[in-house]
Design a protein around this ligand. Structure first.
Ligand code: BGC
Length: 757
């Protein structure tokens, strides 16, 4: 392969924007020389023949003919080495220039070895582990012919009504940026021409998580100060980590939909951040600009390409209108060439221009997919994603020979274990909780009863079941289900109730205005608690729930999200204490929907109340709820107890490029070995723009044997304390910073230091 790159170093000035020509690749330039305008436009067209999940109303037609005609740059929804080879042959052997295809897919939380939903994975706060999940996903997906992944989704999410919170890493920009980096590095590795790595796409640029009312695809309106400080950092971290492509979001930003937003796609992404890869639209998001009110198909397609969008997913607006727009002078041929160049460069990076069949190795699926090792990792991650929310029954971990009543609509379920956006997984391979307990606790006695439907509401179930049955309403009456469950419960020593959301109660286009556990199950939980037997709630969901009622009950609550293919084994590992829960929430859980948005870094306002729980007239508070979350960001218990010393700082002040060290001693004072996520938060006391009440600045996950102590140190420099000011300059301003170190975000500040000029 030729590796000599030509640096043109050419500076082209266009109006106010300055575009620096990138390093050019001779093979790509040679191809571009030969290409007609139509062939260049063909490279910008991404289609799906169906087979995956069609999330829009369109599935592409006549894909084969279009590939042969050189009208397609990539496809998604095609997998297996044989099918991918076939698709590549259509392009390579039939189209005039024989340019191979990008083969895309949504590999969101594992390929066939499904890991927990991303929100769950993020709760592990373990970046090495997160990177490993992406590596395994890349290895499996590439073995099956995929070379381009539509992941990670890094949209900051502070509204749990929005179903897609399940797909991201929660509410915090700092943590979100770490996760973004780990995932991009995991998918792409160090060399994209290696057969085990694939292109990664950061999505959805930008601000998709701030959709009004938590309703998917809805409008977003946000100040640049908030955007830069709170919402953009994870996308930028992905770009800094070398992500190959960026997917636009469905929402508008400052009144212009992301897919046609030049400020976003060119000024910010390319000129400010230096992004050199390609930008792909989301599913028909170019066409959707018609409904947004931006003009007809020709106008919106021209708007998109002129804004900096390179590839059009499914909508075919580029394919059908761009030539005309060039002829009419609405789009320059140079703009089309630039976009085509970016797509060809991605193909070059993958090594596809040298060998179009490098992802069509028939021997790989068997060796690389769903191996014991991969499943073992899925089990490990599912256990580390779990968050112990409450331990009032004090019954965890269970005894190996416990007499268990295993109850609940998710206790012996396979259809909901994988979670949302797992189209490449096979639910039939997932381990139900009942089976997992039998595998892991052979000396236990387990009796199962369903106890309740996930929901009794037939219309709600029909909406949830749009992609296939997730909520199956039993033929038995709710009364009979309950009675049977109580009988089983009363004959056992401990009740384990597996309850919560079906997988498609969260995810794309699965928004809820009521985020409580459905009433059918709440009733079951109340009745089980009333038996007086110890109750463990194993809670599954794709989002933070309002569990204020359940938090009042004397139960243990273990949040396991949708745990993935190894669900049952991982949950049993947790129940019996083979793994001691160490997950921490990455999104705050509200007291009620009325509190939303609620997040730990909220500003203090000019009228903070006397305390979070005490109401005072004419202060910024509610009559009927505290300001802070029921369960805050960073929160999570363990079977053991951790005690923190007061954190100390080695310097009273820093200037220039100095740094300081904040240290704390953490001791495991309980009866079990365990892991703890030690978190450092700061508060910038005086700023030229109002600061967040607190900000996560660093964290470390440590492991402590019972009785053991460790000193944890965080080095903080001025760089770590920077923020975007009103002029969007990234600065640190002199003044006092308060800090604390704890195992949750909900803590008082205990120390301070000064930053001087
Ligand atoms: C989703 C994207 C996804 C795409 C392709 C869209 O509906 O918003 O996240 O990558 O479909 O499947």
């Amino acid at each position: 392969m030729r590796k000599i790159y030509l640096l043109l170093g050419l500076i082209i000035c266009t109006g106010t924007s300055v575009l620096q020509a990138q390093t050019q690749i001779p093979e790509v330039e040679e191809l571009l020389e030969k290409m007609t305008l139509e062939e260049k436009i063909g490279q910008l067209n991404l289609l799906t023949p169906g087979g995956g999940v069609a999330t829009g109303s369109v599935v592409s037609e006549d894909v084969e003919t279009k590939i042969k005609a050189g009208n397609v740059g990539g496809v998604f929804g095609v997998s297996s080495p044989a099918k991918v080879r076939q698709a590549q042959e259509l392009a390579v052997k039939n189209s005039r220039l024989g340019i191979p295809l990008l083969i895309g897919s949504d590999v969101i939380h594992g390929y066939k070895t499904t890991f927990p939903i991303p929100l769950g994975i993020s709760a592990s706060w373990d970046m090495e582990l997160i990177k490993q999940t992406a590596q395994v996903a890349a290895k499996e997906a590439t073995a099956d012919g995929i070379n381009w992944n539509f992941s990670p989704m890094v949209d900051i999410a502070r509204d749990p009504r929005w179903g897609r919170v399940a797909e991201g890493a929660g509410e915090d920009p700092y943590l979100g940026a770490q996760v973004a980096k780990a995932m991009v590095e995991g998918y792409q590795g160090e060399d994209l021409s290696q057969p085990h790595t694939m292109l990664s796409t950061v999505k959805h640029m930008a601000l998709y998580g701030a959709a009004e009312g938590g309703r998917d695809y809805n409008s977003v309106d946000m100040s640049k100060i908030r955007m830069y400080n709170q919402y953009l950092p994870p996308y930028k971290a992905a770009v800094d980590a070398g992500v190959s492509s960026v997917m636009t979001s469905f929402n508008d930003i400052h009144g212009v939909p992301a897919s046609g937003n030049k400020w976003l796609l060119t000024d910010l992404l390319r000129e400010e951040w230096g992004f050199e890869g390609f930008v792909v639209s989301d599913y028909t998001s170019v066409n959707e600009m018609i409904a947004h009110g931006m003009g007809d198909l020709q106008a919106v397609s021209a708007l998109a390409i002129n804004a900096g969008l390179d590839m059009d997913m499914v909508g075919e607006g580029f394919l059908t209108t761009l030539k005309k727009s060039v002829e009419e002078g609405m789009v320059s041929e140079e703009t089309i060439t630039t976009a085509a160049r970016r797509i060809l460069e991605a193909k070059h990076k993958l090594g596809l221009l040298d060998d179009p069949y490098r992802y069509s190795d028939e021997s790989r699926p068997e060796k690389d997919i769903l191996t014991d090792e991969n499943r073992e990792l899925a089990r490990k991650v599912a256990a580390r994603a779990a968050v112990l929310l409450k331990k009032d029954a004090g019954v965890l971990p269970l005894k190996e020979n416990a007499n268990i009543a295993l109850i609940g609509p998710l206790a012996n379920d396979q259809r909901n274990m994988l979670g949302t956006w797992a189209p490449t997984g096979d639910f039939k391979l997932s381990i139900p909780v009942l089976e997992g307990i039998k595998n892991v606790m052979p000396h236990a006695k387990v009796t199962y009863a369903k106890g309740a439907n996930i929901s009794d509401d037939a219309q709600f179930a029909e909406n949830v079941n749009a992609l296939g049955p997730r909520i199956i309403i039993s033929e038995e009456s709710p009364e009979d289900l309950l009675e049977e469950a109580l009988e089983v419960a009363n004959a056992a020593d401990v009740i384990v109730a597996v309850v919560g959301e079906a997988s498609e109660m969260s995810g794309e286009s699965s928004n809820r205005t009521d985020i409580r556990i459905p009433e059918s199950q709440k009733k079951l939980i109340r009745e089980l608690a009333a038996t007086g037997r110890p109750v463990v709630l194993v809670l599954m969901s794709g989002r933070p729930l309002d569990i204020s009622e359940e938090m009042q009950l004397p139960v243990d609550i273990l949040q396991v999200w949708h745990p993935g293919v190894e669900a049952g084994n991982a949950i049993a590992d947790l129940l019996v204490g083979n793994y001691n829960p160490s997950g921490k929430l990455t999104m705050s859980w509200p007291h009620s929907v009325g509190q939303i948005p609620v997040y730990y870094s909220m500003k203090t306002t000019g009228r903070p109340g006397p305390s979070d729980t005490e109401f005072q007239k004419f202060k910024s508070n509610y009559l009927d709820a505290p300001n802070s979350a029921l369960l805050p960001f960073g929160y999570g218990l363990s079977y053991t107890e951790f005690e923190y010393s007061e954190a100390s700082v080695n310097e009273e002040s820093i200037s220039g490029d100095e740094s300081l060290t904040i240290s704390v001693e953490v001791t495991n004072t309980g009866d079990h070995d365990g892991e703890e996520v030690v978190q450092l938060y700061t508060h910038d006391k005086v700023r030229s723009i109002t600061p967040p009440g607190k900000e996560l600045k660093a964290f470390k996950k440590i492991s402590l044997k019972k009785g053991e102590s460790k000193t944890v140190e965080f080095e903080i420099s001025r760089e770590d304390l920077k923020f975007y000011n009103a002029d969007l300059k990234y600065v640190v301003e002199p003044g006092e910073f308060e800090f604390f170190v704890a195992g949750t975000s909900n803590h008082e500040f205990t120390g301070s230091f000064e930053v001087t000029e």
